[in-house]
Ligand binder design. Structure first.
Ligand code: GCB
Length: 595
């Protein structure tokens, strides 16, 4: 699936703005056919945004089930004879879409795009009604999982991750045109050898019998540096300017579908030429050892929730630069594609994660005192759940395969990993990811209940990604006791001979709370906590990355260990620095393996 773009043969029209919106608390709309008429008793709702915090209404914030969105759009009159596509960059967690009275697409999964060819249902110059029903329920068969529980006060959504279950149309919605014969997909794989680079490309087309493909690679100064014809081929780039961390140098790959001298369709793809490799305990980018500094992030903002926002996109990257971070993880779901584009252009390295989080009922049962079935079993995440997870991996790789910033796939955050059933669950998912993309390493993120002597899943991973909270959830407030535990465990992991990235470590910190003797929740404690971890990381060669949890404070579901959300941010939710920000800046902008 190629993203909509404006070009010589394609146009796009944004459907962002205020849509009509209504809750469907009694689940009537699907039977009653609400898409057939203007939504009744609807209110305005901005797209893109999570709907939860926009109105001041607990019924909206805590809604469980379907909500309906509707808008009208006039198809540009110049699109006569073109193929017309309706695309949602995301609908969280699943949606069905109608154009006027006709269902055009349904999609499961809250963070990947989907689209429908609606040519047969629209006419250039005329208006159509677009209706989407978006369901926020999490079940054993969704990624992430959850359970809807019926209570006397109505349905309640229970889930096993801490961030708030924001839902709705979080990303842009587009109507776009392509020629009837068109380019339908492009895949690039890049290589480096001495001063030369290569771009292996593969182009897919639809309805284009007899047409040819030609490609040209244009450098950032606008000069053509290579060209080829044919749907599959290799471009050689002498004197290549590689993409590298800190410098997001991009070429444009101009792909054309041609019929004789006529250009039938054209598409431009940004390409960064770089390599990624794991060798022993090293993580190599362009053959050079790379050390990850940065954060696990969230898409999370006041009022707009997970709605994509260009202002915060640019601001967050400015903060990453200010603090000296060279990377982040898209914890715990695929982020908006605009985020990856920006990372590509600015040379920021990305660990790209699926929405699989909370697949760990033993841990949740321990924390909440509730009995849950075994995680990977017929009573919880079963074969159907695994197939949904597999599909989430397919959609992630299909969407993000061409981004040079993406160097590592994370297929799950903190799942159960110490059981036979976990091993059986994950082995085929690792194999699938490698089959889909043999060029990038694959891993999963390990949590405390699966230390080196218990983990059964890490054997499939190229890189060990480890989240640890010694000094917070364990040895709370006792950094002197936490330090040897952390050191001993990392030394044990290092024996695996694989690179280790500590993908989470952090302490909840209330901005403005201080104490002379560092106490949990104070800014001083967060600083000392991070310093203790860094001391240990610096002793262990296999540690090739540190990503603090979290970049910024974020909203969570209600809970007795959360005060107005998770406060492990190095920045507050409105992006003001805590003391830890300056401490990290001194480290990451100072000398070290990361510079
Ligand atoms: C974790 C999770 C992350 C939580 C964090 C915490 O291990 O991966 O999603 O927010 O702990 O702060 O509890």
């Amino acid at each position: 699936m190629l993203r909509p773009q404006d070009g010589p043969t394609r146009e796009r029209k944004s459907l962002n703005g205020l849509w009509r919106f209504t809750l469907d608390p009694a689940s009537e709309g699907r039977d009653a056919g609400w898409w057939r008429q203007p939504l009744r008793e609807a209110r305005d709702m901005p797209v893109p945004a999570s709907y939860n915090d926009v109105p001041v209404d607990a019924a909206v914030r805590d809604h469980v089930g379907d909500v309906w969105y509707q808008t009208t759009v006039r198809v540009p009159r110049g699109w006569d004879g073109e193929r017309v596509v309706l695309r949602f960059d995301a609908a969280t967690h699943r949606a069905v879409v109608w154009v006027d009275d006709i269902e055009v697409v349904r999609h499961e999964g809250g963070y990947t795009p989907f689209e429908a060819d609606v040519t047969a249902h629209v006419r250039a110059g005329e208006e159509v009604r677009i209706t989407a029903v978006v369901d926020n329920r999490l079940t054993w068969h969704s990624v992430p999982p959850g359970i809807v529980e019926e209570t006397a006060a109505g349905p309640r959504q229970n889930y096993f991750h801490d961030f708030f279950n924001y839902a709705g149309l979080h990303r842009s919605v587009w109507l776009y045109s392509t020629p009837p014969s068109h380019l339908s997909d492009i895949t690039v794989v890049t290589g480096l050898s001495g001063t030369s680079g290569s771009v292996d490309y593969q182009v897919e087309t639809a309805g284009a019998d007899g047409a040819d493909v030609r490609v040209a690679l244009i450098d950032a100064e606008g000069s053509e540096v290579a060209r080829a014809s044919g749907a599959v081929g290799v471009l050689s780039v002498p004197e290549v300017h590689p993409w590298r961390p800190g410098e997001g140098y991009l070429y444009d790959l101009l792909v054309e579908l041609v019929d004789g001298d006529d250009v039938v369709d054209a598409y431009t793809l940004a390409v960064g030429i770089r390599t990624v490799e794991v060798r022993g305990t090293e993580f190599l980018i362009n053959g050079n050892p790379f050390y990850f500094t940065g954060f696990g992030k969230h898409e999370d903002l006041p009022v707009r929730g997970k709605g994509h926002d260009d202002v915060f996109l640019v601001h967050d990257f400015a903060l990453l630069e200010w603090i000296g971070a060279n990377s982040f993880r898209t914890s715990h779901y695929p982020y908006a594609e605009e985020v990856l584009d920006y990372a590509d252009r600015h040379g920021i390295v990305v660990i790209d994660e699926t929405a699989a989080v909370g697949q760990n009922l033993g841990m949740i049962g321990g924390l909440t005192g509730r009995d849950y079935p075994p995680t990977f079993s017929s009573e919880a995440i079963d074969d159907t759940g695994r197939e949904v997870h597999a599909q989430a991996i397919r959609e992630l790789v299909a969407r993000d395969k061409n981004h040079p910033s993406v160097v590592l796939w994370s297929i799950s955050n903190e799942p159960e990993a110490h059981t036979d059933s976990a091993r059986e669950f994950f082995e085929p998912l690792f194999a699938l990811t490698r089959e889909l993309d043999p060029t990038r390493p694959v891993g999963y993120v390990n949590q405390m209940l699966a230390p080196p002597d218990k983990d059964q899943v890490d054997q499939y991973a190229d890189v060990l990604m480890i989240n640890r909270y010694y000094g917070w959830y364990r040895q709370t407030g006792e950094l002197d006791a936490a330090e040897p535990e952390l050191r001993a465990e990392l030394q044990e992991w290092a024996k695996r001979g694989k690179p280790i990235i500590v993908t989470e470590y952090g302490a909840d910190t209330l901005a403005g709370l201080h104490s002379t003797l560092a106490q949990p929740w104070t800014e001083e404690y967060q600083v000392e906590f991070l310093e203790m971890y860094h001391r240990v990381f610096d002793e262990i060669d296999a540690v090739v990355g540190e990503q603090v949890w979290n970049f910024a404070d974020f909203a969570t579901k209600a809970g007795i260990i959360r005060v107005d959300g998770n406060k492990k941010g190095v920045f507050t939710r409105d992006r003001r620095p805590k003391a830890a920000a300056s401490a990290l800046r001194r480290r990451w902008r100072g000398p070290g393996p990361w510079r």
